[in-house]
Design a protein. Sequence first.
Length: 391
Amino acid sequence: MTSRFLAGVVFMFSTLHLSAQEGGKIKESNAHIGFVYPLSTNWTDAINYKNRFSVHAIGGVSASEEAFCVSGMANVIRYNGNGLVASGFANVILDRANGAQLAGSINFIKTEAKGLQAAGFANITGSSEGLQTAGFANINTGNARGAQLGGFMNVAKSVDGFQCGGFMNIAKNVEGAQVGGFGNNAANVKGAQIGGFYNVAGIVNTQVAGFINVAKEVKGVQLSGFINIADSCDFPIGLINISRKGEMFLGATVDDNLTTLVTFRSGGKYLYGIVGVGANFRYPTAVYASEAGIGAHIPLAKGFRINTEIVSTSLSDFWSTVQVNSSFRLLAALKLGDRVELFAGPSFHYSFANDRMYAEAGTNTLWSKERWGYYQRMYIGGLAGMHIDLL
């Protein structure tokens, strides 16, 4: 396999050098049959022939191909390759291609490709219009109109369509969507970015990432598993949301069970994230608390709004006991001045614990169940707190 790869590389670059030399007048032939250049029916003058049908055991060289061109190893075409161009290793077209280019390893189209490019390793083009699919990468030095599907990555100046890379997508402007197994990079995206780990963009409609989104302006939703960063975004969904035109509150809360937390709420005009740490000392043994969730603002009047929150709060001594509360809160919030906000309201909880001390401490229980040493209950509680706007 290695020797075949090296032989293909040597062949490709030697014929590239040949094709760059000054050729004669373009001739036409209906069929071009050969073994490897120059052992073919067009002999040493093959580089000056435009063919309608070409078949070569190892590799062929021509001026242009108009319908069908197949070689066992490689095709080198001085100008245009139209129709089907297929090879076991590489297709090199030094101007334009229109149709399908199929290669076991590489398709190289210098100026523009229209149609389908499929390669086991990479498609490299100036501009493309249609579908590009490659086991490793699609690389466009110009614009791509259509879809780029790369096992590892896709690169283009501008994309009017869809980029899907197993690892990464890179483009300046994207009219459609970017989907990357690890991440996406773009200046402007009119559609969506979906990345397994991260997305980076200037102006974007929607971003969805497993860990982090970064953008200048987000017109729709930023959704991440952990953090969103933007100059402006009204609808961030993440535990931490950093927005210059948004809100960041540092505060403290206490609930009806006397769990006290230091909290950080951050987000935009409508949605925000919640993280908090604290403790509860009312139990026979000291337990520590952590909290994470999302919330939504419902503005009612200047300085007054309703905050709805969905959170998960855990209590544990980090040794043997644990309780997890899944809660819905409805909090009335009153702003005092420019930075301070007071809030309080009822909450509805579903609680799951592995120690009776948590179950016995509950009040306002609506439903409870004990089974195999695990305790479940639903109950109504309350929460109050105060926080300070950091922006």
